[in-house]
Each structure stands twice: as C-alpha cells, then as structure tokens.
Ligand binder design. Sequence first.
Ligand code: 5RP
Length: 220
Amino acid sequence: MTQDELKALVGQAALQYVVPGAVVGVGTGSTVNCFIDALAMMKDRIAGAVSSSVKSTERLQAHGITVLDANQVDSLPVYIDGADEIDHRGYMIKGGGAALTREKIVADLAASFVCIADASKLVDTLGAFPLPVEVIPMAAAQVARRFHSAFGGQARVREGVVTDNGNLILDVRGLKISDPLALETEVNQWPGVVTVGVFARHKASVCLLGTPDGVKTLRF
Ligand code: 5RP
C-alpha cells in the first residue's frame, strides 16, 4: 500500500470516533484531508465542525459542512488530527503544515484527541522531524538562540511561510526529545513563543495507525 492509501484508510477509520449530533474538531494536513472527504458522507449526522486552519475550513465548506468558530462551542467530544511524529506514549510533534497554534486550541476544547497517521510517523523518540515553533516575528532570532543554548538545536525560519495568525515558524533541527512534557513547559514560557509543536499536555488519546496489515489502534 502507498502512503496515500494508508492515509485514506485511517481517514475513513476515524469516522467511528465522530459522535452523531455533535460538533467535531478537525485538524490540518493531507491525512486530515482524507478524513474530511470521508466526513462528507455523514455531514447530515453532525452538528458541524470546528476547524484548525483556513485550508481545512475551505475543504469542509466545499463539502457543505458547517464550520463553527471555536468561540461558539464550550467543548468538543473529539478532535481528529494528524501528526508529524508520534511516540509510544502518544506524545507528538505537529506543525509541519504550520497550523500548530489553532490545532492546540481546538485540541484543548476536546475531551479526546484521535491521531490519524501512517506507520512512518511512529517513532521511539521525538525529534528527527524538525520541531515547528510559531513565534512573534520580532522574537525569531532570540528564540532561535535560546533553543541552541537550552537544547543544542539549530532553529531556522521557515522560508515564505506566514501562519494563519500572521506569525513565523521556526523549524528546530537536531533535537532528541526524551522529556516532551518538560520541553513543552519550558519553551512555552519564552517571550515571543506563541506555540511549540510538541503536543505533550495535549497528547493523543488514541492513534489510528495505517499499516500494510490494516489499521492498528494504539491507546494511551
Ligand atoms: C499540520 C500538522 C499535521 O497534522 C502534520 O503536519 C501531519 O500532516 P500530514 O497528514 O500531511 O502528514 O500538524 O500543522
């Protein structure tokens, strides 16, 4: 099976976690695009979606799915999103699509986080994928220096990318994140950091992993 076929498989499998009659939280990326396309088949059985990016909003609306503002809901039963890496504890690196801030906001509203990913995303230790960090533009150089002195990583501004919130993305290479919760907590306190792409406080509850043998369900 190709990687795209595995993404389609988990996108379809995620439908079983969508609660009929409720609003569903929707992430961003190519795997989520497969989920959105599958969700269109049950659009008359949900109350709508809260989306984590302009791109996902446009795709949902193109399918005729109502998109609600995050401020219109008190909570969500479930948030469904992809990941750039996920470890065996459900901790993730996210933000390859630059949508990490809104992704964390929608995940925060949700009672459970269902991660959908192809098998290549499962890792023992987070950090081979460059860690995305959304920063206020004037803080980019200072946050990059701080990463180097605190964790030894090399941070570079992602060329030509401005987030949906008008900020920059730093991609930090050379990290081995053995304690995701500690790194997330520390980096969150640096002035100018909007969101760090480690999802430890908002880790996955479940991961639907697309493998050549079918969908494996990992529970954390
Ligand atoms: C976007 C994300 C995505 O979930 C992540 O990049 C995975 O994307 P894809 O499903 O295309 O591999 O965090 O900001």
